[in-house]
Structure formats: structure tokens, C-alpha cells
Design a protein. Sequence first.
Length: 364
Amino acid sequence: MAALNPSFSITVGASRSSSASPVGMPRRLTVERDMGVAADSFEALLARPFEAEPGAEVTAELGMGDELEKVFTGELVELRPTLEGFRLRALGRMNALLSLRVSAVYEEKSAGAVVRDLVQRAGLTAGTVDDGPALPHFYVDQRQSAYRFARDLADRLGFELYTARDGKVMFRALGAAARLDSAGGALGALAGGGAAGSLASGALAAAGGALAGGAAGYRYGKELIAGGARRTTPAWGRVEVSGESPASKHGDAANYLLTANDRDFRGSAGKGEPVRVVIDPAARTKELADRFAAGYLLTARRAAGEMFATVTGRASVELGDAVSLSGAPDESVNGGGYVRAVRHRFGEREGFVTEVRVALEEGQ
């Protein structure tokens, strides 16, 4: 059987270029998607001008032979003729949430319900949006983009905010965050002060494991072209959260403006130094303060352990997928977690290569 060659297809408005009909003679295509970056990006370098206008719908597909998979959906934002060639640059759907500024008041709505409403207001489509805890009161104003409010909610909960390949907005509890809101989950054992209120590594490991999408394993000497890992000290050892107007002793609906002692309402997670202290007006109850503290700590720890892998082109890899690396001589390079970033490179020199960054599961 003949080996299949890497192939592509890009559509910009009414114009299309593909391996079978390479309009514009594309020389290099790059797709970058990262949960830590607001909007996905796509860039194409062409040898010749390409008929397109800013604002046009852009989709990109990559694969082998006739088996193509969508890797990007967005909107053209820049045309740049250069001496090297003709560049096209597009941003993913999240760009609409970045541009949206609205004012809204939410009462007794889940964090997921707030995100779904903001997504709808931006004219976008929600994909998988986990609810998370209920918020007695939450306010959105025009001083910041709607994306910033959604991102801050994700950081409070340890969730991930990103868009899928088809442009749908995702608000997910992945890895160790997946069980913090479940009945009898990790948070129940972690609420309160002292040892019960600390989010230790063992509890994080017990809470981990829920991942989105499919699973893939890359082996040293097989699929792996290059691989590595990075482990650092987390930015925070402990997180403490206090609300501006805590009311948990009087129920969620109470609107008391002052309290004589806010220590009874303060939430905490983790142990050791340094300590991050957060004053959060959305933390209206002791339970929410504890939940936010656990979420903030997970968000900080997520960046402290990562793996990197470069493999032959994998158009199917998606943010949130479970990935493992194995067989490396250095055991510290082996491990597993979920994909936080993916970068596809397709060109006349490198062929089709995929790079992934994986958030390590706690304890690895």
C-alpha cells in the first residue's frame, strides 16, 4: 500500500485552496490553540495573493491523503503582503467574547449559566459548559470584556475556558477540578480550616482523572519526534479567599453589608508559603469561599507540571484529550494528563508536525 502524503484544505470566505488545487500556492500553515491564550490563531504564508477580505469565515483542515479533519474555525483579521509572500491571519471564535462588553446582574445562577449567557450575547455557540457551583450574586460590567469575566470564573473554579475545533465555547472541569463540585467530592473533605481545609497533593490526585475527548499514547522511538517535561514550584502554597459581604450565617439570600468577624467566612486551600489572599465579592458564603480557594490553587498548580511532545501530524488531537508519553529513558519524561495546547505546522520543509503541551496529573 502506498504511503499517504500530508494534505490540507483552507477555506476563506468563498475562496478555497487544497492539496488537490493549491490556489495561492501555500508554503506554510500554522494553527495554534492554547487554553491559556484567549483566542485560537491560524496563519498561512502563500507564494501568491489570495482573494480574501477581513471578516471572512476561515476554516482549516489537515490530515493524510483524503482523510482530513477540521483543526481551526475563525475569522480573517489580517492580510499582509510581504517580500516573502502573502500572509493571512485569522483568530478563533473566542475573539467575539473578547470584543463583547455588557452589563448584567445574575442572581442564583450557576457559573456555567453565566458563561452560557455571555456566550449567547456574543453570538457564539456553547459546547460543553459545566455548571459548577451556584452563585448568589454575580455582576458583569462594561469595564472589562465578557471574556475576562468568564476567564475569572474559570480561574476561581480551576476550570478551563477555550474553544473547540468547530468554534464552540467550552467551560470545563478537567483533571483534578472534575470532582470538586460533585456530591461527596474532594471539596467536602477539604472544607473548613486546618488540615480539613488544605488542598494537599494526595487529595488532588484523588480528585483527578476526568478528561474530555479521546485518549492517545505517544511512545519514545515510535510516534515521538521530541519530548520533555517541566516541573516547577507552584506559585502559591496556600490560597485564602474572603468575600466583601459574607452572609453564610444568614443564608444565601441575606444582604448584610458588614460583619464583625470575617474569619468565620474565610475560605482556604493548601498549606505552606507563599500565601495568596483574595478579596472576592462573589464569595458570598463560606462554602463558596472554600470552593474558590480550591479552584485558585488548582489553577496555580496546573502550570507547575507540564509535558511537551512533538509527533508526526495528528489532526485529530483536541484540547482536553487525555495524552500519555511512555518509553522514554528518563522516567521524568513519561506521564499523562490532558492537552492544554496544540500547535500544528504544515509546510514544504517540515511536512506535517503536531506539538502538544500536556498538564500533568497531580502527583506525577
